[in-house]
Design a protein around this ligand. Structure first.
Ligand SMILES: Cc1cc2nc3c(=O)[nH]c(=O)nc-3n(C[C@H](O)[C@H](O)[C@H](O)COP(=O)(O)OP(=O)(O)OC[C@H]3O[C@@H](n4cnc5c(N)ncnc54)[C@H](O)[C@@H]3O)c2cc1C
Length: 383
């Protein structure tokens, strides 16, 4: 099977019976859950992965199966102390098990959403989320031999990819090197160990900075280094690399790979912190930067579904102007990367400077990201 294919609805029928007593009442994932569509998810299970990481398993309240690509994320939206808070979480479950969807969340000290989820999300609780988005997927770079490099909660997209490849029986040649502080911090440790024992072509290496309470730890210790790669993945130069983890880790990985002679064109990364990776081209209310078509004028924007109309300056992003006008528009990163604010422009033109949150085929269909689009004419939006 070509990894470019969408994985929607690819599970064997027996899996359905495992999940639900009456599968006939469930609809398949034929209609994709759009990144701009808000869905109610019902929490079914909560699993402790480590002392500060939990997996939350959901099914869809509308009894539709999920469809996404491995590596994509959803945008969770919760009212916390009267304020709407949105955060992105990678779907850690594979699309090959489409009747439930999991996110795996690390409790961030002082963090609003991660602590709220850890403290409040229990079976039966409903969570609202916008649909899958993101281009950190195997489809973005089909390749024979893969090297997955992750650290901490950055394991989640690579886990979804690994689970999907395993479920589909692809027998892909994957080396998965995951870095953690100590053995107690390794997320999905048992499952990855089991998967690598079953799949001939999956090799898993856990690298720990220290041994913590596990004095008989036998794996490599320290940080990912060129020496470690040469020793455990001697053919790394011939592999397509997918990396996810904290910014410092990814910078180090990039440097190690470059030094080792790996082709940068075969390197793909996902950051969990937008501010660390993107150019600040789309800050809300920022002045336009070299926008050729920008006229400095005022334009009228009509929201076709809600009937709302407002005027805005060409120097503002549509998202910022819509918010000022009191129009609720789904959004998360406000940097043109997460894709949550993707909207069809029915009439008019905008100048969009995105950071990878929208695909060319979506642009061709008339979609634009409102957080990094400034009007160059009056607009009618599909909202
Ligand atoms: C595409 C994508 C996928 C992701 N996938 C995952 C995933 O699978 N698992 C996962 O665990 N995370 C994931 N994340 C990260 C996630 O979205 C959140 O950023 C993370 O959970 C922290 O959110 P929070 O609300 O708990 O913390 P926040 O409230 O955003 O706080 C983050 C940090 O900033 C500090 N802080 C907050 N406000 C202030 C302030 N005013 N002054 C100083 N410091 C402050 C906090 O103390 C905390 O340390 C992903 C992110 C992206 C972009």
């Amino acid at each position: 099977m070509n990894v470019n294919e969408k994985f929607c609805g690819a599970e064997p029928a027996s899996m359905v019976a495992d999940c639900f007593t009456d599968p006939s009442t469930w609809e398949r994932a034929d209609a994709q859950w759009g990144s701009h569509e808000r869905k109610a998810l019902v929490c079914r299970r909560v699993r402790n992965e480590t002392h500060d990481v939990r997996t939350f398993v959901f099914s869809s309240e509308d009894k539709r199966a999920f469809g996404h690509e491995p590596g994509q994320f959803i945008t969770v939206s919760v009212d916390i102390n009267g304020e709407a808070v949105s955060r992105c979480y990678t779907i850690s479950s594979p699309p090959t098990r489409p009747y439930t969807l999991s996110i795996t969340v690390k409790r961030t000290p002082g963090g609003i959403m991660s602590n709220w989820l850890h403290d409040n999300m229990k079976p039966g609780v409903v969570l609202h989320a916008f649909g899958p988005a993101g281009i950190f997927t195997p489809a973005s770079a089909p390749a024979g031999k893969l090297l997955y490099l992750s650290a901490g909660s950055g394991v989640t997209p690579l886990m979804s990819m690994t689970r999907a490849a395993f479920d589909l029986g692809l027998n892909r040649d994957i080396v998965f090197v995951h870095s953690a502080r100590t053995p107690d911090d390794i997320i999905f440790r048992d499952e990855l160990t089991k998967l690598s024992a079953e799949a001939d072509n999956l090799k898993v290496i856990h690298v720990c900075e220290g041994v913590g309470t596990e004095a008989d730890w036998r794996g490599p210790t320290g940080r990912l280094s060129l020496e470690l790669l040469e020793k455990h993945v001697p053919d790394f130069r011939g592999r397509e690399v997918f990396t996810c983890g904290p910014a410092g880790y990814m910078n180090a990985v990039k440097e190690v790979l470059l030094r080792g002679g790996h082709d940068p064109a075969r390197y793909h990364q996902e950051s969990f912190n937008f501010a660390e990776t993107v150019e600040p081209v789309a800050e809300i209310d920022a002045a336009p930067q070299n926008t050729e078509q920008s006229t400095g004028g005022t334009y009228t924007v009509r929201l076709a579904k809600s009937g709302k109309t407002f005027t805005m300056s060409s120097s503002e992003t549509v998202l910022a102007a819509a918010r000022k006008a009191g129009a609720a528009l789904p959004s998360s990163c406000a940097q043109g990367i997460c894709g949550t604010c993707k909207t069809a422009v029915l009439e008019g033109t905008v100048d969009m400077k995105h950071n990878g949150g929208i695909r060319q085929r979506e642009i061709d269909k008339g979609f634009r990201l409102m957080c990094c689009s400034r009007p160059t004419s009056d607009l009618v939006l599909d909202l």
